[in-house]
Design a protein around this ligand. Structure first.
Ligand code: WT7
Length: 645
């Protein structure tokens, strides 16, 4: 299969973009013709941003797994769909062809059915990066169950909150997960999450690390036994095939939780048809994927990047996708390059934080590694600094691979702003131009389009998107009003991204970072309010304020100002206790990098914390802290600056 809708020139990009805006229904319905439908649509698009209500391909029926698997069986049955690289490089690798993927996904779909999972039920998946995670995700999609994957770094408390929010009755997990030198006891975290839980009916446990687990009678079952049973059942039918559930175009495909500016993560809901179209279209166009190329996205499937660019995008395009269980620095900092060499990777898609961290090891880990297979490089998750961009270009791409800087969000489902590899121009540290179907606009605080250019000829404002692209989030699970408030209420008739951006005279966008109280730590989104809530759980804490500050590797670090009632032992011990509390409440990814004990916080007379000042102090600023005259007690600022250390 080649891709008739693949943009092959700058000129075509321009005409396609223009047409997609003038005639979105015509444009997207032509592309939709290249997918497998059980029933075609009655109407291509219906939308308003006031409710909000967005419906693409209303009346159509499909199953995304038929598009990701079955349709490739005719000509790609023996082509690898997933190449799995284990954490430990001396362990056997696994190659999952499309035929095997079909067999395993059907088998697991049968397991889900045997365990009482029905269309529309929510299934929480908490696993390491093993092929069985892909089978679990796609098995859910096969029978129309809504998957909610939770990243393996989240705590029992976070899982419990997400289970309750999604009213999930089923869990798929592993005994444990390998990550570098660590062995994370996933099942035991699930057990903690389920203390007192009355709703979860079934936990399916895949054996990976053989760490001892407590299996509860009547609730917990082994993956291996269930799969064997399903295989026997299927054998009796004489076929490994389990029919795919017909899904309405707008039926939810999955929920993925992400942080916002409030203390509670929200469950972003994606649709079936629109999400499929967008992940496929962007995969094929942004990376300029060519049949038989090997694509390696280094993300974890616990995040949206893994959903869209390890699984759904590549598989729907019949690609070969590398899935890596481990981490970039174990057993040494050459691991990515070993993988590129070993599987002759053509497309490498990673995060700026990984590039910066590997940069820190110099070029020695690159010695003897053959990177000549690489053709396209990509980055995602946070603004990439020019230094990292050039290192990536020079030492990894050897100056012959286009770099795509892809801007998008959990809520957007796939890439919205990016150059197209080798087709539209790259600009170091700029995401550049919108994909067809995407109309970004920069607005000021009041929502008026920014028209005045600064001294460098740039427009600067809050990044919004006009009109819906096919994979825009449809709702936040169980709370549609929250979705409206968060994304559609700030500015009339616009989707607000929460990011600030610049636009140059050629129309290129440069994303400068969040303008709300959301941090981006190593490409992971964390709300300051969430971290504050977690810190405040510690018995000795009176109050806290969390801000971000520039961090050389993580992009942003977490800086916490904490008022304490007393030190249980000494300050150092209390600091450790707070870190432990945050790990318990959210997970290790939310641990503050800096904790400063203070006696008060800068507040306005109405009691609002002046984060602007705290941010400046965290950044190391001591002089120009702005107007502090409106503060209730200007004295605390001086104390905090002196205590910055
Ligand atoms: C936020 C979304 C999209 C998958 C990974 C993160 C930031 C993302 C870029 C980029 C500058 C970027 C934004 C965005 N971001 N990509 N190429 N350049 N910033 O998904 O957790 O939903 O976070 O990540 O701030 O809003 P997420």
């Amino acid at each position: 299969m080649s891709y008739p809708y693949q943009i092959r020139s700058l000129e075509q990009y321009r005409t396609d973009h223009q047409r997609s805006i003038q005639d979105p229904e015509g444009f997207w319905s032509e592309i939709a013709e290249h997918f497998v439908w059980k029933k075609k649509w009655d109407k291509v698009l219906e939308w308003n941003f006031t409710e909000p209500r967005v419906r693409w391909f209303e009346g159509a029926q499909l199953n995304i797994t038929e598009n990701c698997i079955d349709r490739h069986l005719a000509d790609k049955a023996d082509q690898p769909a997933i190449i799995w690289e284990p954490n430990d490089p001396s362990e056997r690798t696994r190659t999952i062809t499309y035929a095997i993927l079909h067999k395993r996904v059907c088998q697991f779909a049968q397991v889900l059915r045997n365990n009482g999972v029905k269309k529309g039920d929510r299934v929480c998946i908490y696993m390491g990066m093993v092929p069985e995670l892909a089978y679990a995700v796609l098995g859910c999609a096969r029978i129309g169950a809504i998957h909610s994957v939770i990243f393996g770094g989240f705590s029992a408390q976070s899982i419990a909150d997400r289970l309750a929010d999604a009213q999930a009755e089923f869990i798929v997990t592993c005994d444990g997960a390998y990550r570098g030198a660590k062995d994370i006891p996933l099942k035991s975290v699930i057990d903690d999450a389920l203390v007192g839980n009355q709703s979860v009916k079934r936990v399916i446990v895949y054996t990976r690390t053989r760490t001892p687990v407590s299996m509860i009678k009547g609730r917990d079952v082994w993956w291996e036994e269930e799969m064997e049973h399903a295989a026997t059942q299927l054998e009796q039918t004489g076929s490994v095939h389990v029919p795919a559930e017909p899904m309405d175009a707008e039926d939810p495909l999955f929920i993925l939780y992400t942080s916002g500016s409030t203390g509670k993560p929200k469950g972003v809901v994606h649709s079936s048809a629109g999400y499929m179209l967008w992940t496929n279209y962007t995969f094929v166009n942004v990376f300029q994927y060519q049949p038989k190329q090997v694509h390696f996205c280094t993300a974890d499937i616990g995040w949206i990047t893994g959903h869209s660019y390890i699984l759904y995008g590549p598989l729907s395009a019949g690609a070969t996708s590398v899935m890596f269980e481990g981490i970039p620095t174990w057993p040494d900092a050459g691991r990515f390059w070993d993988i590129v060499d070993k599987y002759k990777v053509n497309i490498l898609y990673t995060a700026p934080t990984a590039i910066r961290s590997l940069m820190g090891f110099g070029t020695e880990p690159l010695e003897g590694k053959d990177l000549s297979s690489l053709q396209v490089l990509g980055t995602v998750g946070e603004p990439i600094n020019e230094e990292a961009w050039h290192w990536y270009d020079e030492h990894i791409g050897k100056k012959r691979c286009p770099i795509v800087d892809t801007w998008w969000q959990t809520e957007t489902g796939g890439v919205l702003i990016s150059n197209l590899a080798g087709i539209t121009p790259a600009k170091a540290a700029w995401a550049t131009l919108p994909l067809p179907g995407v109309q970004p606009i920069l607005v000021d605080e009041k929502g008026a389009p920014v028209t005045e250019r600064d001294e460098n000829g740039m427009l600067k404002g809050n990044l919004c998107i006009q009109g819906p692209w096919p994979s825009i989030l449809r709702t936040t699970y169980g709370d549609h009003e929250r979705c409206r408030q968060n994304y559609f209420a700030t500015y009339d008739n616009l989707y607000f991204t929460g990011d600030g951006a610049l636009q140059d005279a050629d129309g290129n966008f440069r994303i400068t970072g969040r303008v709300d109280d959301v941090l981006n730590v190593s490409g992971h989104r964390i709300g300051t309010a969430e971290v504050e809530n977690a810190i405040n759980c510690h018995a000795g804490v009176v109050e806290s304020a969390v801000v971000g500050y520039p961090h050389a590797v993580k992009g942003q670090g977490i800086y916490a100002y904490v008022i304490i009632s007393h030190f249980h032992q000494d300050a150092e011990q209390t600091r450790k206790d707070i870190l432990q509390t945050v790990t318990r409440v959210i997970g290790p990814i939310a641990k503050p990098d800096q904790i400063q004990f203070v006696s008060g916080l800068p507040k306005t007379r109405s009691g609002k914390i002046m984060r602007r000042i705290l941010r400046k102090i965290a950044e190391g600023e001591t002089e120009n802290l702005g107007d502090t005259t409106t503060l209730l007690d200007p004295g605390v600022v001086k104390e905090i600056v002196e205590g910055r250390g």
